[in-house]
Design a protein. Structure first.
Length: 82
């Protein structure tokens, strides 16, 4: 069931409830007043399992960061003639 966040205009409190998409919350769970709720829109989050290509990309980025740091440190220790 989806999670919804409501705000009560009477007590100014916010709370979360889970209910079906076609259902609505009728009363404030904080002050028990009715007809005073506004649903606050929330961003949805969908998690998918990480694909093999995503794992390879992450590993390549990690390896390249390591190489870059090694080259960076090496370049800092070198002296150059003007």
């Amino acid at each position: 069931m989806p999670r919804y966040v409501y705000r009560c205009t009477k007590c100014e409190g916010e709370f979360q409830v889970r209910h079906g998409m076609k259902e609505t919350q009728e009363f404030c769970e904080l002050c028990n007043s009715t007809g005073t709720l506004q649903r606050i829109p929330q961003l949805t989050s969908i998690s998918k399992p990480e694909s093999e290509s995503a794992k390879r990309v992450k590993e390549a980025i990690k390896e390249n960061k390591k190489i870059f740091n090694e080259l960076y440190n090496e370049a800092r220790t070198q002296t150059y003639d003007d």
